[in-house]
Design a protein around this ligand. Structure first.
Ligand SMILES: Cc1ncc(COP(=O)(O)O)c(C=O)c1O
Length: 373
C-alpha cells in the first residue's frame, strides 16, 4: 500500500513546549534551500547572531544557535566549561537540573548538589552555604525556568553569589528566553543556552547559546581536550565565529535557521520588553480564571513562570482522560507532570505565539466543559 503525505492536525499547543509556530516562521522555512557557505547565507548567520544578542541582552561576540535541541545547548555549555576532576555545583529543583548533573558526571567531574523541593526556586542562601563548604568549586550550573515544575529562580542573585566565590556560571534559559527577562550582560552570566521551541515560537531543533569572555578564557586555558568533537567551541567557531572566513564544520540546518531568523525578527518587531509584558499579562488573566474554576496553581506566587502554569490535578480526576479529551475533542495539547509530579500536576504553557487571549479562552471553555463546571 502506498503511504500518503502527512497532514498534521491543527493543534493549539499549550504544553511545556513546543509552542505554536508563528505562520511567518513556517513560511520562512519553506523558502528554497541555499548552501551553508553561500555568501547570502553567511550574511543571514551574522543577522541571526545580532538578533540573538538582542534576545539575550548581551554584547557577547560568541552568540549563535547550536544545531540541535536544548539538550545539545546544555551539553555544549557543560562539555566546554567542565574538565575531568573539577568540582561543579549543580542546583536541582526539577528534571533539568538532574540532566545537568548527569552530563557533569559524564565529563568526569564531581557534581555537588544544591537541592530545592520541586516547585520551589533555588535558594541563594543554600547556594552560598554550599560554596563556603566547597571553595575549590569552579562552576555553578542551574536552571532559570524549571519547565518540569513551573518555578522561576532568581538568576541575578545566584550568579552574583557564584562570582563572589570565583565560580563561572551556566544558566539554562530554555523556557525563559523571550518569556521573562534574561539579561546576560547585566546579570553577568558566563554561559547560557536556550531552545527555539518555547517562547521564541519556532519549531524545536535549535539551541541559541552565548558565552562571555571569562567563559572563553577558561575554554582557551583548558588542560584537556573538550570531550565532544561536535560541541567543541574551538572547532565550531570556524563556522559560527567572528572571522569573515567561515569554513565547514557541519552542514547547518539551513531552513531551520531561516525560521529562527524570522522568529527573532518578530521578537524585535514586538520589542522584548513588550513580549515579557504580554506573557505576564496573559498569565495573570489565565490564572485568575483557573482559580474561579477551583483549580489551584502548584507554585507559590512570586516564583511562578508566566509562560507555564502548573496546576494541581483535583482529587478524583483522571489525568490521562482529561488530557486526551482536550486533545481529541478540542485539539488542545497540555502537558503531564514529569517524574515525581506525574499524575499530580498539569503543565499548561502560554509560550511565545501561543500566549494570546483566544487560546486562553479556548482552553478555559474546554476545561469547563470537561470538568462539568
Ligand atoms: C529547562 C529545560 N532545559 C532543557 C531542555 C531540553 O531541551 P530539548 O528538549 O529541546 O532538548 C528543556 C526541554 O523542555 C527544558 O525545558
Amino acid at each position: 500500500m502506498a503511504l500518503k503525505s502527512f497532514t498534521p492536525p491543527d493543534r493549539i499547543l499549550m504544553g511545556p513546549g513546543p509552542s505554536n509556530v508563528h505562520p511567518r516562521v513556517l513560511e520562512a522555512m519553506a523558502k528554497p534551500t541555499i548552501g551553508h557557505l553561500d555568501p547570502k547565507f553567511i550574511k543571514l548567520m551574522d543577522e541571526i547572531k545580532d538578533l540573538l544578542r538582542y534576545a539575550f541582552q548581551t554584547k557577547n561576540e560568541l552568540t549563535f544557535p547550536v544545531s540541535g535541541p536544548g539538550s545539545v545547548g546544555m551539553e555544549t555549555c557543560l562539555v566546554n566549561l567542565v574538565e575531568p576532576g573539577m568540582k561543579v555545583i549543580v542546583c536541582i529543583n526539577g528534571v533539568f537540573g538532574g540532566r545537568m548533573k548527569n552530563i557533569v558526571e559524564r565529563c568526569g567531574a564531581t557534581p555537588i548538589i544544591v537541592e530545592a523541593a520541586w516547585g520551589e526556586p533555588i535558594s541563594a542562601a543554600k547556594l552560598e552555604g554550599t560554596l563556603q563548604k566547597n571553595n575549590d568549586a569552579k562552576l555553578v550550573a542551574f536552571v532559570h525556568a524549571e519547565t518540569s515544575t513551573g518555578a522561576l529562580s532568581d538568576a541575578k542573585s545566584l550568579v552574583e553569589i557564584a562570582h563572589k566565590h570565583n565560580c563561572l556560571t551556566i544558566v539554562d534559559t530554555v523556557t525563559s528566553l523571550g518569556g521573562v527577562p534574561v539579561k546576560v550582560d547585566d546579570w553577568e552570566i558566563d554561559a547560557t543556552y536556550s531552545g527555539s521551541q518555547k517562547c521564541l515560537s519556532c519549531p524545536p531543533g535549535l539551541s541559541p547559546v552565548t558565552f562571555s569572555n571569562s567563559a572563553l578564557d577558561f575554554i582557551k586555558s583548558r588542560k584537556s581536550n573538550v570531550q565532544s568533537w561536535f560541541m567543541d567551541i574551538n572547532l565550531v567557531t570556524s563556522y559560527w565565529g567572528s572571522s569573515s572566513k567561515r569554513s565547514y564544520h557541519h552542514t547547518a540546518p539551513i531552513n531551520a535557521l531561516y525560521g529562527l531568523h524570522e522568529a527573532l525578527i518578530l521578537l524585535q518587531e514586538e520589542g522584548i520588553e513588550n513580549a515579557w509584558a504580554r506573557h505576564q499579562k496573559n498569565s495573570n488573566i489565565f490564572i485568575e480564571e483557573l482559580n474561579k474554576l477551583g483549580l489551584e496553581v502548584f507554585v507559590k506566587e512570586g516564583h511562578r513562570l508566566p509562560e507555564l502554569a502548573t496546576i494541581k490535578i483535583p482529587e478524583g480526576i483522571d489525568d490521562n482522560e482529561i488530557r486526551s479529551r482536550l486533545l481529541n475533542e478540542f485539539n488542545i495539547e497540555i502537558g503531564a507532570g514529569l517524574g515525581v509530579l506525574a499524575g499530580k500536576i498539569w503543565r499548561i504553557g502560554l509560550m511565545g505565539y501561543t500566549s494570546n487571549e483566544n487560546n486562553i479562552n479556548s482552553c478555559l471553555s474546554a476545561l469547563k466543559q470537561i470538568l462539568g463546571k
